[in-house]
Design a protein around this ligand. Structure first.
Ligand code: TRP
Length: 450
C-alpha cells in the first residue's frame, strides 16, 4: 500500500474504536436470547471461560498479526506466508453473509424505535405484536431496506468520521441506560427466579451445543475470525500495550452483553414465564417493550431512548461490516466506490429478503431444518468462523510459530498470559474447535443427538 496508514492516537482511542466495532446487536440482541435458550447460568459460565481463554488468544493473535504486518486480513496472511492468503479470504466471506441478516434485525430495531416514537408502546407490549410484525410479507422488508439504505449512503459518502464522533457520545449513554434498565428489571415481581436461572449454572442444561453456541457468540460478539481485528491491529501504534488493550476490549464487550442478559432474562420470567426462554431471535423484542410498559408514562421515553441507542450501535456495526465488504471487493476487482456500494447494496437486498420472509410466508422453506436467517447465522457463527479460527491457530502455531506474535506483543510490555497463549493456540484451541465443530455439524445434520 503506497499511502501512509493512519493510526489511532493512543491506547484509549484504540480500545474504544475496537470496542465500538465489537459492541452491537451481538451484545444486546443475540447474547440474551442465546443465554436464555442454552441453559442460563451454564451458558454464561461457558461463555466467560471461553472469553478469557479462547477469546483472549484469538483477539491477541489477530491484533498482533495486523500490527506486525500493517495490512488487513488478506494481505496480512499473504505477507506472512504466501501459501496462506486463503485464510484471509475465508474470513472475508463472513461479513458478506452476516451483513444482510444483520440488517434485517436492524430493520426490526428501527421499527420498534418508530413504534415508541409514535406512542404505541402499549401495543408493542402485547403478546402477538412481534410475531405479527415479522410474519408480515411487506413491512419488515421496508424497514430492512431503510436500514441497509442508510448504511449504504454512509458508506458511499464516507461520513464514518461523523458517525464515529456521535457514537463516542452515544455509546456511553447506551452503557448507562443498559445498566439502569437491567437494575430496574430486577425490581419487577418474579424477577429473582430469572436472576437465579441466569447466574447459577445448572449442569443438567449442559451439552456440546452449549459450547458451540457460546463459541459462535464469542466470535460474533468480538468480531473475531473475519479479519476485522487484523485491520484494527494494522492501525495500532507500536507503543500501545497490546495485551492490556485486548483485556479491556473484552471486558467492555462482555460487560455489556452481561447487562443485556440481566435486562432481558429476569424480565422474561416476570412477564412471560420460563416457557418463553426458547423464543430465539425475537426474545428481546417481545420482552423489553413489556418492561418499558410497566414503567408507565416514563416507559415511552426510556424505551424510545433505548431503541434509538441500540439502532445506533447496530448502524455503526453495519457500516463497518459494509465498509469491509466494499473495500475487499474494490481491492480485488478495482471497481469504483459508487459501483461497489451499489452492487453490495443489491446483493444485501437479495440475500436479506429471504431472511425476512423466512419468518412468515416462506417459513416452509428450510435448510437443514432452519429458516434462512437462522441458517445464515449458523453457517457463519457455527461453521465458517470456527474453521477460520482453527486455521488461524494452526497457522500461527505451526507455520508462523507463536513466538513471532509473542515478540510483537512484548514490544510494548510484559505478556503475562504468554504461556497460556502459546499452549492455547497450538493445542487446546485447535483440538476443542475440531471436536465441537464435528459434534455440532453432525448434530445439525441429524446424524447424532447430543
Ligand atoms: N461484533 C458485532 C456485534 O456484536 C457484530 C459484528 C460482527 C461486526 N462482525 C463485525 C461489527 C464487523 C462490525 C464489524 O454486534
Amino acid at each position: 500500500m503506497s499511502e501512509k496508514r493512519g493510526s489511532f492516537t493512543g491506547k484509549l482511542g484504540f480500545v474504544l474504536a475496537a470496542a465500538g466495532s465489537a459492541v452491537g446487536l451481538g451484545n444486546i440482541w443475540r447474547f440474551p436470547y442465546l443465554a436464555a435458550q442454552y441453559g442460563g447460568g451454564i451458558f454464561l459460565l461457558v461463555y466467560l471461560i471461553l472469553a478469557v481463554t479462547l477469546g483472549f488468544t484469538l483477539m491477541t493473535a489477530e491484533i498482533a498479526i495486523g500490527r506486525k504486518t500493517g495490512l488487513s486480513a488478506i494481505g496480512a496472511f499473504k505477507k506472512l506466508d504466501k501459501r496462506f492468503g486463503f485464510i484471509g479470504w475465508l474470513g472475508s466471506l463472513v461479513p458478506m453473509i452476516i451483513l444482510p441478516y444483520y440488517s434485517v434485525i436492524g430493520g426490526w430495531v428501527t421499527k420498534y424505535l418508530f413504534t415508541f416514537l409514535k406512542g404505541d408502546m402499549p401495543a408493542a407490549a402485547t403478546d402477538g405484536f412481534f410475531g405479527a410484525f415479522i410474519a408480515d410479507p411487506v413491512q419488515p422488508i421496508g424497514w430492512f431496506a431503510l436500514f441497509i439504505g442508510v448504511t449504504a449512503v454512509v458508506v458511499l459518502f464516507g461520513v464514518e468520521k461523523g458517525v464515529e464522533k456521535v457514537s463516542k457520545l452515544m455509546m456511553p449513554i447506551l452503557v448507562v441506560l443498559t445498566v439502569a434498565v437491567a437494575v430496574y428489571s430486577l425490581t419487577v415481581d418474579g424477577a429473582m427466579e430469572g436472576l437465579k436461572y441466569y447466574l447459577i449454572p445448572n449442569f443438567d442444561n449442559f451439552s456440546v451445543t452449549t459450547i458451540l453456541a457460546a463459541m459462535g457468540q464469542l466470535f460474533y460478539s468480538m468480531s473475531l475470525s473475519m479479519g476485522i481485528m487484523i485491520t484494527y491491529g494494522s492501525y495500532m501504534k507500536k507503543d500501545v500495550n497490546l495485551a492490556s488493550s485486548v483485556s479491556q476490549i473484552e471486558l467492555f464487550d462482555t460487560g455489556i452483553a452481561f447487562f443485556a442478559g440481566l435486562m432481558v432474562i429476569p424480565a422474561v420470567f416476570s412477564f412471560s414465564g420460563p416457557e418463553s426462554l426458547g423464543k430465539g431471535p425475537g426474545l428481546m423484542f417481545e420482552t423489553l417493550p413489556k418492561v418499558f410498559n410497566s414503567m408507565g408514562f416514563a416507559g415511552h421515553f426510556v424505551g424510545g431512548a433505548f431503541f434509538l441507542l441500540v439502532l445506533f450501535a447496530a448502524l455503526t456495526s453495519s457500516i463497518s461490516l459494509m465498509e469491509t465488504v466494499v473495500s475487499i471487493l474494490r481491492d480485488k476487482l478495482g471497481w469504483s466506490r459508487r459501483f461497489t456500494c451499489l452492487i453490495v447494496l443489491i446483493g444485501c437486498l437479495v440475500l436479506g429478503v429471504p431472511s425476512s420472509l423466512g419468518n412468515g410466508i416462506w417459513s416452509g422453506f428450510t435448510i437443514i431444518g432452519m429458516d434462512f436467517l437462522t441458517f445464515c447465522d449458523f453457517i457463519t457463527n457455527s461453521v465458517l468462523m470456527p474453521i477460520t479460527a482453527l486455521l488461524t491457530c494452526l497457522f500461527v502455531g505451526f507455520v508462523l510459530k507463536p513466538k513471532t506474535l509473542v515478540d510483537e506483543v512484548e514490544i510494548t510490555g510484559p505478556f503475562k498470559r504468554r504461556q497460556m497463549f502459546i499452549t492455547m493456540i497450538k493445542w487446546i484451541a485447535p483440538i476443542c474447535i475440531v471436536l465441537i465443530l464435528g459434534f455440532s455439524v453432525l448434530e445439525a445434520l441429524g446424524v447424532i443427538t447430543v
